[in-house]
Design a protein around this ligand. Structure first.
Ligand code: P53
Length: 479
């Protein structure tokens, strides 16, 4: 085996979670209800389609996993101590908007919500762990959805601005790495989860989605502006659900389709990273007759406040085809894709492609020439713990090892500038896509099942000591 070169000094190794997938305590200390609370486990998880029932509150007959989740809210000291034991340099987490502004449109923040995150950040710093904070990870206060229509409404920009002011001021000196919107392109695939959008019968859904996108992009630029004003040390990033599209065949029509599919995601971070809408998206608005309202001030804000770095999640690559027959074979729920015969799949049908991470890193680096950050990567799998909660998760170690190797090559052979790597769900948590607890990503096992039974006890998996060694060797010892 070739000797691996080390990762750059100060490389930010760590793990990632999101508020609603781990905190629980959904109604504690004044927290308001959010969209992410009322999505149940099972087939009705994304009640987004016009004419179909919408879920604005809890209903009989459903199980809502985010209500308790793994109760990070009451276990954070124990959990952060475990992250520290693995040697984490950074911990990516998100703020629940409705803890800070329970309804979303108040003028004063909820002190108890602010105090909770302050305690979490201080706990991180106790161990030299740098927090990396997602301002919104799919969450939107339910009140803003019911009374304003979620991100379809321009007013959300101001409410989000208030949230940013409150947290940037309060956490000055405690947090310097921020992400404005998790997987901003997810709004196009799961608009309720992504942006609190419910469609009305007969409306142009595409137009509503892109109007909401515009509001989020302006809000993201506003956040960047405020972050830099409050503390010039702040670094703000955008965040893409990435994963390169490959053409299904060498037919140029398939390559063109793959390029179009990639551009759908890039079009949004193009705006955040470059400061203006790419022509191909403006042409799409024209062609499809999408009337998106944008003011001169919006465009100025976008131009003047681009992000400092570009982050993304990477789980899998995807395959695109222009042939309607090939597209009949499409699989997967949110990001549907044709199956790639050269790759194996996870138990959830996500295809495993470590080289795809190197391809994705290079593509994004070539496109923006801004520092990158891999803020999610990992394998969702069913774990079988022994009586002590120990899991022999060699499959997870294999997945991560192969991805770390290609990341190393992207840095040391291709010259990509990469700030860090946070594996998804470093502690087992609720799945965003399905609401299951059974789909686990962690180095730390949590005793809780799909129905919410279990002691919530934390225990180390085999991958815990493995990742500890990876970090201690700065990525040179992967076996
Ligand atoms: P899960 C697909 C579906 C939903 C969210 O996903 C996704 C993706 C993948 O791009 O995005 C991220 O839990 C997301 C996390 C999520 C993770 O992927 O369905 O930012 O919140 O948990 C993994 O296995």
């Amino acid at each position: 085996m070739t000797e691996l070169q080390a990762f750059p000094d100060g490389f930010l190794w760590g793990g990632a979670t999101a508020a609603n997938q781990c905190e629980g305590a959904y109604d504690v200390d004044g927290r308001g209800l959010a969209n992410v609370d009322v999505v149940p486990i099972g087939p009705d998880r994304f009640p987004i389609i016009a004419g179909k029932r919408k879920m604005f509150d809890f209903e009989e007959g459903y199980f809502y996993p985010a209500k308790e989740s793994i109760d990070f809210y009451h276990h954070y000291k124990e959990d952060i101590a475990l992250f520290a034991e693995m040697g984490f340099k950074t911990y990516r987490m998100s703020i629940a908007w409705s803890r800070i502004f329970p309804k979303g449109d108040e003028s004063q923040p909820n002190e108890k919500g602010l105090a909770f995150y302050e305690a979490v950040f201080k706990e991180c710093h106790k161990y030299g762990i740098e927090p990396l904070v997602t301002i919104t990870h799919f969450d939107c206060p339910m009140y803003l959805i019911e009374h304003y229509g979620g991100w379809r409404n321009r007013k959300l920009i101001d409410f989000y601005g208030n949230l940013c002011r409150a947290i940037f001021n309060r956490y000055k000196g405690l947090v310097k790495y921020w992400l404005t919107f998790n997987e901003i392109n997810m709004i196009l695939h799961a608009p309720f989860m992504g942006a609190g959008i419910c469609f009305e019968e007969g409306e142009n859904e595409e137009e509503v989605k892109y109007q909401a996108v515009h509001h989020e992009l302006v809000a993201s630029a506003l956040a960047t502006k405020i972050a830099h004003e409050v503390d010039p040390e702040n670094k703000v990033g955008c965040m893409l659900a990435a994963g390169q599209y490959y053409p299904n065949t060498p037919n140029p029509a398939d390559y063109w389709q793959a390029m179009q599919d990639d551009r759908e995601g890039y079009s949004l971070i193009d705006v955040q990273a470059r400061g203006y809408y790419p022509n191909y998206l403006l042409k799409k608005f024209e062609r499809d007759g999408l009337d998106i309202t944008m003011t001169e001030q919006d465009l100025e804000l976008l131009r003047d406040h681009t992000v400092d770095f570009v982050s993304f999640s990477y789980y899998s690559s995807r395959v695109a085809s222009a042939d309607p027959k090939a597209n009949e074979e499409i699989q997967g729920n949110i990001f549907a894709s044709i199956k790639n015969p050269y790759l194996t799949s996870s138990e959830w049908g996500w295809q495993i492609d470590p080289l795809g991470l190197r391809i994705t890193l290079n593509t994004i680096w070539d496109r923006y020439q801004k520092p990158l950050f891999v803020v999610e990567n990992g394998l969702g799998a069913v774990d079988e713990p022994d009586a002590n909660g120990y899991v022999e998760d060699d499959y997870r170690i294999d997945y991560l090892r192969e991805h770390i190797k290609t990341m190393n090559a992207a840095i040391n052979e291709d010259g990509v500038e990469l700030l860090g790597y946070t594996t998804w769900g470093c502690i087992d948590l609720v799945s965003a896509g399905t609401g299951e607890m059974k789909k686990r990503y962690g180095f730390i096992y949590v005793d809780r099942d799909n129905q919410g039974n279990g002691s919530l006890k934390r225990s180390k998996k085999k991958s815990f000591d493995w990742y500890k060694k990876v970090i201690a060797s700065n990525g040179t010892e992967l076996d």
